[in-house]
Each structure stands twice: as C-alpha cells, then as structure tokens.
Design a protein around this ligand. Structure first.
Ligand code: FAD
Ligand code: NAI
Length: 464
C-alpha cells in the first residue's frame, strides 16, 4: 500500500465513506480512515440504523399487543424477548457496516483503521506513527454527544443515545432530557416496551425548528401513547445512586425547583461537532464559537486543499446532508460543479406516526412576511389510511400566494418519512402546489393525502 493519495478522507461515516466512493468513481486514489473498527460512523454504528431497528421492533411489539386485534388477528398474550430484539439490532448494524467495507473494497479505496491527525499541508499522521500524504484532505469526523454540566453520563444509569440503544432490561421509569429527535425516538422505543417515560424540555414546545402545528400534533400523539412531557423546564443536576437517579429540575419561567427520580436518565440535548485530536489548532483551521469547522461554498476550510463536511460543519446534523456534502465537495475538488440545495433537506422523526418536514415552516413564513396559502389534508379522510387503520395525522403544504410555488411541506402520519420525498422532488424542481395536485397519484395510496393537500392549497380538495 503506497502512502500517497489524491484524497484522504478522515471519518468513515455517511459523509466520509460516500465521499470516498464518489472520489474513487472520479478516478482519485483514495484512502478513508476511521478510528472505529467498524465502518459507517455514528449513523450505522450508534445512530440512525440501530435506533431505526429498535423503533421497528418496538413498533411490531406494540402493534401485536394493541393493534392486531382490531384487524381480527388474535395472538394471545404478547411477550417481549429484549435480548433477541437487541441481537437483531446488532446483526442489522453488522451487516450494514460490513456492506460499507465491501463497497470501499469494490471501489479500491484503502480503508485504514486508526486515529488521524493533520500534521501539515496534505499530511496526515496515523496513531502518531505512520505518515500519509494527499493532494486533498477531507474532514468528515462527525459529531459527539453534547454534555450538560451536573449530569455526568456513565452509560449505565445516566445514558446518552449510545447507552439507550444498549439497555439490557426495560427500565420502569426514564427521564429524557431534551424533546428533539433522539429524545422522541428513543423515548418512544422504551415507552412502547413498557417504560414510563417523562421528557423534560427547556423550551415551551417540542421539536424546536419544526412547524409549530406539526410539533403540537406530535406531542398529542406521543402523549396518547403514554409519554409525559414537562416543558419549560431545565435539569440542573442528576445524581446516580444504586437504585436510580435523582434529578433537580427548575422551571424556566419562575425558577421553581423540584426533584424527580428515574431508573434511567437519557441526555439528548443535541450533539457537538467532533474535531478533538485532529490537530486543527496547530495548522490554524478556523472554527466558529460552537466548534463547527468553517468552510466556504466549496467546502474548503481557510487552509488550502483541506475540506470539511457533515456534522463537523454548520447545518442540520443529518446523514443525508453529510452524504450530499461529501459528494459535492469531491466533485468540486475535481473541477465539477457539485452543489447542495439546503432549501430541500428533509427531516424525519421516526416515531409513530412519523413526522416529516421539508422547507420553510409557517412560523418562518410569517417572520419573513411572505404571503402564503395553506393546503391541509387529514389522513382520516384518506382511504388507504382508513383501510390500514392508521388515520392519525395530516399533510400540510405551504405555497407562495403569488406564484403557488411550494415553500414548505410538513406531515405527520403513517409513512410520512417516505411521503415527504414527493415534496422534496417537487421543490427541487421549483414546482407549484398545482403541479403536485395535477400529478397522478395511484389509488388507494397514502400519497393521495399529499395530492389532496396540494389541491387544498387552491381550496379544491375532493375528499374533504
Ligand atoms: P459520523 O457519522 O459521526 O462519522 C464520523 C466518523 O469519524 C466516526 O466514525 C468517527 O469514529 C470518525 N473519526 C472522528 N475523528 C477521527 C479521527 N481523528 N481519526 C479517524 N476517525 C475519526 N441522521 C439521519 O439523517 N437520520 C437518522 O435517522 C438519524 N438517527 C440518528 C440517531 C442517533 C441516536 C444519533 C446519535 C444520530 C442520528 N442521526 C440521524 C444523525 C447522523 O448519525 C449524523 O448526522 C451522521 O452520522 C453524520 O455523518 P458524518 O459522516 O458527518 O459523521
Ligand atoms: P436536538 O437538537 O434534536 O434536540 C435537543 C433538544 O434538547 C431541543 O429540543 C432543546 O431545546 C433541548 N434542550 C437543550 N438543552 C436543554 C436542557 N438543558 N434541558 C432540557 N432540554 C434541553 O438534539 P438530539 O435529540 O440530541 O439529537 C441530535 C441530533 O442528531 C439532531 O439534531 C439530529 O440532527 C440528529 N438525529 C436525527 C435523527 C433523525 O434524523 N431521525 C434521529 C436522531 C438524531
């Protein structure tokens, strides 16, 4: 193995390994380094994939327990084999991470295990020993759990998402700190399996940044499923003892404090860009005040030929955002016109029902003074949702009043995370609500709710 490359990618998460594959496709001699033994980064090892495996399994459990009978399917008493559920999750992760190793090999990319440090222009040192050189270096080191003073993660009683994916028994009670993506997804998993989950959120709403109406409906749905919410409250400390954790919680409004207790506490207040040990200070790479690496429109840092993408740079911390940036960065390095359209990054919370969003929220449109029309359609009026018995939720389309151009789509409902891509495509092509409404939608499908919401923008929904 020669130690000189066209591109060295540091980090084999969805940003890094996808960038490496694109680079190889474009003829670059590429190495992809990760300090983790298994490839795929946070997403495949301790993020997107294991969490979705547990969400799926716990959904089957709750359906078998509460949902089958209404379809006339009688199962008798439904039991839980948590060990088998966890083993399945581990197998899914193994298969996918091995799949990434196969893809790198197939594309003749050197997958190297070790901790990388940038030690000079185009120079990367592995584990303090081996030196590699490259024309370009791409930082794709992702992110890590954000800590909270007074709440020390031990991954046993006070856990991050990583520990919450590995619990060996169903806790009786859990306090989740933070009502964002992780809090709601992992809170859902454990609530479905029998834990009494209370979510403590600093703000007076859940899912900050998402459309307010969507967030309200999500809270209502999850409350119906047994999750409790304590909004406008901040955790000021948590102490783990032998039998559980005692938390100090303070109301944001008046500072009134109270004690809470739980078997397990999950800290999910966001993630921070990860660049520890990379040697960025030594070579003068600029970072913003939150630690994100600053890049220009070509994903280049202030150091020539040093690029950065994914969770390590500003923007939504999502796997598909990292992937698109990785592809664009590499194409730009090769003189092509790689591009990321940040106006159409979809966000999906994989609760049940799923919550999905793309584009501007109603609150943002109001704040920007944009004149808009709304089309909304409930799944209760969609025939496929009725047939399957999943009628909770709605699709909401926001279109510019003057041009009818779709500016944002927000949905909560069965398979909303799949449906939202119809809106992503429409928005990518600058489509109007009329375009979405006039396009064929097979009957009976959940997508017809999208079509009806698009029709509703002009006040002409058929099935309402
Ligand atoms: P990462 O995936 O974090 O990969 C970075 C890699 O770099 C890591 O493997 C790390 O070991 C390596 N690395 C770091 N420093 C060095 C070094 N010095 N030398 C060598 N290697 C190094 N996003 C979604 O879009 N959908 C989801 O459903 C979803 N679910 C999630 C669930 C959870 C519980 C969590 C925690 C996150 C989830 N995310 C999800 C977010 C998603 O995981 C991240 O946005 C995504 O992984 C970012 O990709 P990345 O390539 O930038 O970095
Ligand atoms: P988040 O940013 O989604 O949510 C954090 C929540 O914690 C916010 O509601 C915030 O107001 C609240 N908070 C902050 N400080 C607090 C405090 N002291 N006390 C109480 N509440 C507090 O972060 P989360 O859930 O940790 O996830 C990290 C990131 O990982 C997400 O932003 C998302 O980008 C990604 N992710 C994506 C998933 C998906 O795409 N389905 C799933 C899981 C994670």
């Amino acid at each position: 193995m020669s130690d000189s490359y066209d591109l060295i990618v540091i980090g084999a998460g969805p940003g890094g390994y996808v960038a490496a594959i694109r680079a190889a496709q474009l003829g670059m001699k590429t190495a992809c380094i990760d300090k983790r033994a298994s490839l795929g980064g946070t997403c495949l090892n301790i993020g997107c994939i294991p969490s979705k495996a547990l969400l799926e399994s716990s959904h089957h459990f709750i359906e078998a327990r509460n949902g089958f009978a209404k379809h006339g399917v009688m199962t008798g008493k439904v039991g839980l084999d948590l060990e088998a559920m966890m083993a399945r999750k581990t197998k899914v992760v193994e298969q996918l991470t091995q799949g990434v190793a196969f893809l790198l090999k197939k594309n003749k990319i050197d997958a190297i295990m070790g901790e990388a440090r940038i030690t000079g222009a185009g120079e990367v040192t592995l584990d303090g020993k081996r030196k590699l050189t490259a024309k370009n270096v791409l930082i794709a080191t992702g992110s890590d759990v954000m800590s909270l003073p007074g709440v020390e993660i031990d991954e046993k009683r006070i856990v991050s998402s990583t520990g919450a994916l590995e619990l060996t028994k169903v806790p009786k009670t859990m306090v989740v700190i933070g009502a964002g993506y992780i809090g709601l997804e992992m809170g859902s998993v454990w609530a479905r399996l029998g834990t009494q989950v209370t979510v403590v959120e600093f703000l007076d709403r859940i899912l900050p940044g998402m459309d307010g109406e969507l967030a309200k409906m999500t809270q209502r749905m999850l409350t119906k499923q047994g999750l409790k919410f304590k909004l406008g409250a901040k955790v000021t400390g948590a102490k783990a003892g032998k039998s559980g954790v005692t938390l100090s919680v303070e109301a944001v409004k008046d500072g009134k404090s109270e004690k809470m207790s739980a078997d397990i506490v999950l800290l999910a207040i966001g993630r921070r860009p990860y660049s520890d040990g990379l040697g960025l200070e030594d070579i003068g790479v600029k970072r913003d005040d939150r630690g994100f690496i600053e890049v220009d429109a070509t994903f280049q840092t202030n150091v020539p030929s040093l690029y950065a993408i994914g969770d390590a740079i500003p923007g939504p911390m999502l796997a598909h955002k990292a992937e698109e940036e990785g592809i664009a960065a590499v194409e730009i390095m090769q003189g092509q016109s790689g591009h990321v359209n940040y106006a159409t990054v979809p966000g999906v919370v994989y609760t049940w029902p799923e919550v999905a969003t793309v584009g501007l929220t109603e609150e943002q449109l109001k704040e920007d003074g944009v004149d808009y029309n709304i089309g909304k359609f409930p799944f209760s009026a969609n025939s496929r949702a009725r047939a399957s018995g999943d009628t909770d939720g709605f699709v909401k389309i926001l279109a510019e009043a003057k041009t009818d151009r779709v500016l944002g789509v927000h949905a909560i409902g069965p398979d909303a995370g799949t449906l939202i891509h119809e809106a992503v495509m429409a928005m990518e092509f600058g489509g109007s609500a009329e375009d979405m409404a006039r396009a064929f939608h097979a009957h009976p499908t959940l997508n017809e709710a999208v079509k009806e919401a698009a029709l509703a923008v002009a006040g002409r929904a058929i099935h309402m």
